[in-house]
Design a protein around this ligand. Sequence first.
Ligand code: GN1
Ligand code: MG
Length: 382
Amino acid sequence: MGKIKDYDKLKEIIEKFNINGFIEDIRPISNGIINTTYVVTFKNKGETKKYLLQKINTNIFKEPYRLMKNIENVTNYIRNKDKDCKDSVTVISTKEGAPLYVSEDEFSHKEYYRVYNYIDNSITYNKSINKNVVYNTGKAFGHFQKILRNYPMELLEETIENFHNTKKRYSDFLESYKLDAVGRKEKAYQEICDVMSRQEVCSIIVDLLNKKKIPYRVTHNDTKVNNVLMDPKTGEPIAVIDLDTVMPGSGLYDYGDGVRSAASTALEDEKDLSKVSIDMELFKAYTDGYLSEMASYLKPAEINNMVNSIRIITLELAMRFLSDYLNGDTYFKTNYEDHNLDRTKNQLKLVKNIEDKMPEMEEYVKSCYKKYKGISKVKKNS
Ligand code: GN1
Ligand code: MG
């Protein structure tokens, strides 16, 4: 097989890291649209071992060292605490002990590379193909929160400021609306009204955090089905990946976003709104998985706001799409003129559907909480 473009440069980079053996192969993989990733195979004393080499996208992650500090600290903590851990993301340092190797592109711009272990014999699902996959996604993210529940929060950096500050997201939306930079506000009139009528909802979680009714937890901030590696034989979760947005925040946002993304019956840009709703079976599966791990550790105000959190994070994403539409599409990638408006309509349809189902969801959360409270405690030392 022929060598890939940049082989010599990548070889030189990977050799800076603390890995023994000889490089057998370097090949690019598409496991996301943000960072650039390669699988590098090494041979050492007759054994082959794979690693992930990644170039960090510094347009999105502007402070790679702070981000790596979070990832190193959190993954070290998980490895020490989680005795049942099957495998986990491990940062491989450079030979000099740094978490990143800094190179330059042809225009002398800095490029930041990191290396992880490669977790073999695992699969990811891009869709909620069945209840079991969704249950295990909820379980994996619940487990992540459980293992990290006593993590020293002062060590954690807020690498993207106010990422889930829904109150701030609302005021940013108002700014975008007032500015109307590209003259789109007439076209989004209905959606603007829908958001404005829900202003009060935006403060709920932020106020609970500020009043210390709910704790800051280590949050993942991208609790999607495809960010969990699963065992192809048993279907059980192996490890949570994509730790670039690990930050301090409310665990409610992670739970809510998990349900929003896993239990929606349609893609985020589906235009036929009659297809957009929350699948109650998938909502239940995610909630079951999550509470099977976290029920014993949640504060009353967290349990009481789980259903609210699904509505709030969905409204927040609708506001982010709408603000981006009003700003002229500067944040999310768009494929056509009204893409962000369609995403807004889609998420607002989901908000309304969640609002209709809230009483039924509350019932379920209560009964599920009762089922798991007391049996989700971790073993001593874990
Ligand atoms: C972005 O690109 P992706 O799927 O990893 C966004 C999330 C949104 C999501 C909506 C750093 O994530 O917050 O929920 O789009 N991530 C960032 O599709 O802004
Ligand atoms: Mg992501």
